[in-house]
Design a protein around this ligand. Structure first.
Ligand code: ZN
Length: 87
């Protein structure tokens, strides 16, 4: 637990609070953005892994594994697009 200064009124508040108790200024906006970006990167990595794995398995003759990986890749892409659309 740490104390942070409110950017709006300068009051010391706990960093686990999302808004300043005095002026209601949001405090955790930056943290939330970093978390969202990390999530997007995870889905992007899953998408790439899925596609690469699917191509690799397909060329090796593992059709079922290739299909599963392709589905994983497409699902990650869909989630990524949905997340991007929201922000
Ligand atoms: Zn404040």
């Amino acid at each position: 637990m740490a104390l942070v200064l409110c950017p709006e009124c300068g009051e010391e508040t706990l960093d686990r609070l999302t808004n300043c108790p005095l002026c209601d200024e949001p405090l955790a906006e930056e943290k939330q953005q970093i978390r969202d970006t990390t999530k997007l990167f995870t889905y992007g990595a899953l998408f790439l892994c899925g596609l690469t794995g699917a191509t690799l398995c397909n060329s090796l003759g593992y059709t079922r594994t290739a299909i599963s990986l392709a589905i994983l890749g497409v699902l990650s892409m869909v989630v990524m697009i949905l997340k991007l659309g929201k922000s």
